[in-house]
Ligand binder design. Structure first.
Ligand SMILES: Nc1ncnc2c1ncn2[C@@H]1O[C@H](COP(=O)(O)OP(=O)(O)O)[C@@H](O)[C@H]1O
Ligand SMILES: [Mg+2]
Length: 236
């Protein structure tokens, strides 16, 4: 499908999707990974996320990282300390593509480790396509929006997921109430920063992840765990 046609069909303007993103998107459409984009779910600082529909009529999530205005240039340490990744060129676009690949690989690893997250479907350039986490076409809300509705079981579920991920060789490294969706159970999302355990700061990142989760739940529930106890539970 031509770029013009995509623009026409989805009323997408250059201001919304830059040229490189449009080309990547047209590849995804051409390959039949998705049939069309439905609507934006989230417009964040690093990425926009859209709900899409597959040719089979199922929903998918399309995460499109920003190339022009990205924060990732300041976060190269998440790529450079990870033995799985080597940056050849350091242009802004290449850095964003590296984080996109990282998220896609991390999602695969997480699913293999039994973590509750989105199934990765496809990745190209600055776009990751994954399964849609939601109900009746609506995305599950992030934890920070659910607030006082959380229960202790959610907390234990999340720690169990962090443990599975760790056993699978990965630390999320950006875990907080913003990157956990709450549906029938909690789902961890946003894996671009996730690092392999060989990363020199992996355990520091793990402690930060656990601390974010603990502090969030302590606002609403009386949780008896200390950070140290949680940390030991995960790494043992
Ligand atoms: N697989 C998914 N299914 C449904 N909604 C999603 C999915 N992935 C992301 N989202 C929505 O998009 C938002 C931002 O996603 P996230 O991966 O955290 O990107 P960002 O880099 O912008 O923080 C989430 O809070 C959630 O609302
Ligand atoms: Mg996020």
């Amino acid at each position: 499908m031509s770029e013009e046609k995509i623009k026409e069909r989805w009323k997408i303007e250059d201001r919304v999707f830059d040229r490189r993103s449009l080309l990547a998107l047209s590849k995804i459409l051409k390959k039949g990974i998705i049939e069309h984009i439905d609507f934006p779910i989230s417009t964040g600082k690093e990425a926009n996320v859209y709900r899409a529909t597959t040719p089979e009529g199922e929903f998918a999530a399309v995460k499109m990282y920003r190339i022009e205005t990205t924060d990732f240039v300041q976060r190269l340490e998440y790529i450079e300390g990870d033995p799985r990744f080597h940056l050849v060129k350091r242009t802004q676009a290449e850095i964003v593509y590296a984080f996109t690949k990282k998220e896609f690989k991390n999602l695969h690893l997480a699913i293999k480790a039994g973590v509750d997250t989105a199934q990765p479907l496809f990745a190209v350039k600055n776009i990751v396509v994954m399964s849609f986490l939601g109900k009746d076409g609506f995305p599950y809300p992030p934890l920070y929006k659910v607030g006082k509705e959380v229960i202790e079981e959610d907390f234990h579920n999340i720690i169990e997921n962090v443990k599975r991920l760790y056993e699978g060789g990965l630390v999320h490294s950006d875990l907080s109430e913003y990157n956990i969706l709450l549906g029938d159970k909690p789902y961890l999302i946003d894996f671009a920063q996730g690092v392999a355990l060989e990363h020199p700061k992996a355990h520091e990142f793990l402690q930060r992840d656990l601390s974010n989760v603990l502090e969030f739940f302590k606002r609403y529930l009386s949780i008896d765990y200390t950070l140290d106890e949680l940390y030991k539970e995960v790494i043992e």
